[in-house]
Design a protein around this ligand. Sequence first.
Ligand code: TYD
Ligand code: MG
Length: 455
Amino acid sequence: MAKARTQFICQNCGTAHNRWVGKCEGCGEWNTVVEEDPMGGIGSGPGKVPKKGRPVALTALSGEIEEAPRIHTGIGELDRATGGGFVRGSAVLIGGDPGIGKSTLLMQAAAALSRRGHRIIYVSGEEAVAQVRLRAQRLHAAETDVLLAAETNVEDILATIGEGKRPDLVIIDSIQTLWSDTADAAPGTVTQVRTGVQAMIRFAKQTGAAMVLVGHVTKEGQIAGPRVVEHMVDAVLYFEGDRGHHYRILRTVKNRFGPTDEIGVFEMSDKGLREVSNPSELFLGERNSKSPGAAVFAGMEGTRPVLVEVQALVAPTSLGTPRRAVLGWDSARLSMILAVLEAHCGVRLGQHDVYLNVAGGYRISEPAADLAVASALVSSLAGLALPADCVYFGEVSLSGAIRPVAHTAQRLKEAEKLGFSQAVLPAGSADLPKGAGSRWSEIDSLPDLVARIAG
Ligand code: TYD
Ligand code: MG
């Protein structure tokens, strides 16, 4: 057998290099490459007899399997993000910045599941059992039957969770603390994290337990980030939020058993995370509708409409190169809108600084926000406030045309529910509710919008 050579593995993306390099060729990150034993933990020993499998016809399975068996937490926002609860025998990765609230969320989920009669084991590699208990007390979760264990060694964890009655759900907090005797690398490296996660996934598949893995997002790359195991697990959720704000968003980025565009919204309080089932109210909470530069965007997050305020400040500058600063939106998209405003609407912004902010620290990813952004920009430049009861949505093309977007009816329904009686939207929107009168203004080009606002 050839002698296993050590490899140099990027801790950020997992790319293997034959020699040490300062900059990873895979992801371009600096100082993330660490020497590791590539075969560590992966059984390649001699003498294994191959086992013959039996392929099954796809049609023969119908009827046997209807829906993936799920464990509902009863925490609506969490169930929504996972696509209806944790799936038995599957592994979910929950990533996020340190301190964002992952352990809090999972302790609350564990308590909720335990109250519903499920057997839950919470394995903490970062905190001692006493510390976890203390948190549970603050969250009013201490009086439940959640089992706690403070372990980091993979073999010990497997022995612990495999003992006695089978758990319905196991939480590993976090994957970065996992280390295995079989892998010859330092804890926290790609090899260790992968080996540990592999073992946990195998446990889930064998026992039918749902496995929830917590992973810290790391900036330095000295310890392996959740990215290196994203492809191994069945679902990946990221817990995001701005530390300056109270709310947190659980965003699904991969899901083998459900949709990937759902979000769960929570608010962090002194008693833990509270569900926010109507996010629009939260994001519009501190609105001052009388000032120029604010436009309400009627957006969609998965199947749910979300109203959020877009704020722009356009101010004359003395700098040679004017500033462009964006929070909560794509800066390339802003540059595009500015270019279209200049080229097709005669709006001159070369002598102006432009600041764009999405209220509440929320992040918009939909191109449908173009029209709201353009409205906020024009409103700020003209110094004219937009109608307080109006929402905006529509995609702007490079030619200055406004393109229809999906879910028109749902966006308008949410707007009406929250007291907005007008909307500016793309002409030719497919599912525009009939008989709505003239409160919906259909426009087909950006110059139309500028003329409406600046008169
Ligand atoms: P934690 O769940 O430990 O974060 P993570 O596991 O993602 O690292 O949450 C840590 C933060 O949450 C901490 O800064 C304090 C805050 N927090 C509250 O505001 N209220 C609470 O009830 C709890 C338990 C935590
Ligand atoms: Mg934690």
